[in-house]
Design a binder for this molecule. Structure first.
Ligand SMILES: [Ca+2]
Ligand SMILES: [Ca+2]
Ligand SMILES: [Ca+2]
Length: 481
């Protein structure tokens, strides 16, 4: 027996206290891999902004990173420190679009202690958390990269990063929201299965070779066409590929995320066609960022294809001729902006506008962007195939409304829609929620200005994949003489 000094006992008690405080939390640490003078080390002076006290660009970037780490760290629960290596780099961009950032896990593991699913890949941060030990002691958990050129003339000109914590980014991009999103991917919001080949991840170079296996995420990805999960060995690679471009056909089956959706998502927007046998029914629509939101019972009127007298006649890019006031204006996408089309329809007396997409795709259709406070009629977008069917079966009545029988970003069975547009969008498809989710969610493929730095449904998806399952508590016996 060794005698324990009071000082040591105190130290042990303090450690125990710290451990107790840390329960229900995780520590996320940034590893700044930028060279001197660049990115996180950029010495350019900056005025403190939106609660960020940094006085250089580099300091402000680090401060936002630590803010994001603290938000995620408070929400998660892990006894293993999560290490994020981060850099600022020249990522893909041009004058009108930019890759803001990317983040991925640096390692994956399988069949470790406490793994909820066997023969299943887990991103390393979650694997460590479940195993309650660092399974990759020499490696970091994720790698994050951010676009250092954002806002320059050749990289989404007129934009730039906002480093405040208060969401008042104005015309800039909210770095905190982007960081929360990217860290979400690195922590588990991602499949390790190829969406373009359908092939499960394997490691044929390992000794012995590791065969193809699904990811934890795949255990909740439901192919609505086959009724099989992506983790199901009877789901073929071509079936996975096909399901990744089915729009409403790829959903999440995790009880927690789906319950979050049922409790929080808005009633879904729709176009209901009646009075015509062949086209009757409720259609998925994308909603507009201008004009009034859809409501219930909504706007009901006969539909009429717009004619502006200038080829192509149905794009409503100039004043309409011979339009019957009081009807819904059916127009084709293209040539001019959505708000110009809406203004021309409104001036002609239309009570609403239905934009028919001009490229093949799958529902739900994307929304209609643009701003014009003078627009007072509701507007929606339908897919090319739906719009073609409807136009071929006029006259018919249309109703632009919201429905409680389906929720925005969910299917009729109450499952969250995953982002599965056609054609496939590399880097975006499958590992995001669908854009039709409303209110907007952190893990949609684009950062929406109304995000408020909460983790919304992401945490519930994490609950589904195992982030909060109880793991054995390591008992510590103190022997004090
Ligand atoms: Ca590690
Ligand atoms: Ca025209
Ligand atoms: Ca949305």
């Amino acid at each position: 027996m060794t005698r324990t000094t009071p000082r040591l006992v105190l130290a042990i008690l303090v450690m125990a206290l710290v451990a107790a405080t840390a329960q229900g939390a995780a520590t996320i640490v940034i590893i700044n891999n930028d060279p001197a003078g660049v990115g996180f080390n950029d010495p350019t002076p900056a005025a403190p902004v939106g609660g960020n006290p940094g006085t250089t660009i580099g300091q402000q970037r680090l401060n936002v990173f630590n803010q994001a780490a603290s938000i995620w760290g408070a929400a998660l629960d892990s006894t293993v420190t999560i290490n994020v290596q981060a850099t600022w780099e020249a990522l893909t961009c041009d004058a009108s679009s930019a890759v803001l950032g990317s983040c991925g896990a640096l390692a994956v593991d399988f069949d470790f202690a406490n793994a909820p699913f066997t023969s299943t890949w887990y991103l390393i941060a979650l694997a460590n958390r479940l195993a309650t030990t660092d399974l990759d002691p020499t490696g970091n958990d994720m790698r994050a990269r951010f676009n250092v050129n954002l806002g320059s003339p050749t990289c989404l000109a007129g934009s730039g990063w906002y480093y405040g914590f208060d969401g008042n980014e104005g015309a800039l991009i909210d770095f905190l929201a982007v960081l929360l999103h990217e860290m979400g991917h690195g922590l588990g919001f991602a499949t390790t299965t190829s969406g373009t080949s359908g092939v499960w991840l394997s490691d044929p170079t390992a000794i012995p070779p590791i065969p193809p296996m699904p990811s934890a995420y795949d255990h909740f990805l439901l192919d609505g066409t086959t009724g099989l999960l992506w983790s199901d060995p009877t789901e073929t690679n071509p079936q996975r590929v096909a399901s990744a471009i089915t729009g409403v056909g790829l959903t999440w089956t995790g009880a927690n995320a789906d319950a979050y959706g049922v409790a929080n998502m808005d009633d879904a927007p729709q176009l209901v066609v009646s009075g015509d046998g062949a086209a009757n029914g409720s259609y998925y629509v994308g909603t507009a960022s201008f004009g009034p939101p859809l409501s219930s019972p909504g706007v009901t009127a006969m539909m009429e294809v717009a004619n502006d007298g200038t080829a192509p006649n149905s794009d409503a890019c100039t004043a309409l001729t011979g339009f019957t006031a009081g009807r819904l204006c059916v127009v084709d996408r293209g040539t001019c902006t959505f708000v110009i089309k809406a203004a021309n329809c409104q001036t002609a007396g239309a009570v609403g506008m239905i934009v028919v997409e001009n490229a093949a795709g799958v529902p739900p259709p994307a929304g209609l962007g643009g701003t014009d406070p003078s627009i007072t009629i509701p507007a929606v977008r339908v897919t090319l195939s739906d719009g073609t069917l409807i136009k071929a079966n006029l006259p018919a009545t249309g109703n632009l409304s919201t429905t409680a029988t389906r929720l925005a970003g969910m299917n009729v069975s109450g499952r969250m829609l995953m982002y599965a547009p056609s054609p496939y969008q590399s880097g975006s498809s499958v590992s995001h929620w669908d854009t039709s989710a409303s209110p907007n969610l952190l893990m949609e493929p684009a950062i929406n200005a109304d995000l408020n730095h909460t983790l919304d449904a992401t945490l519930e998806l994490f609950r589904d994949i195992g982030w909060f399952v109880p793991v054995p508590v390591e008992l510590m016996f103190l022997e004090i003489e």
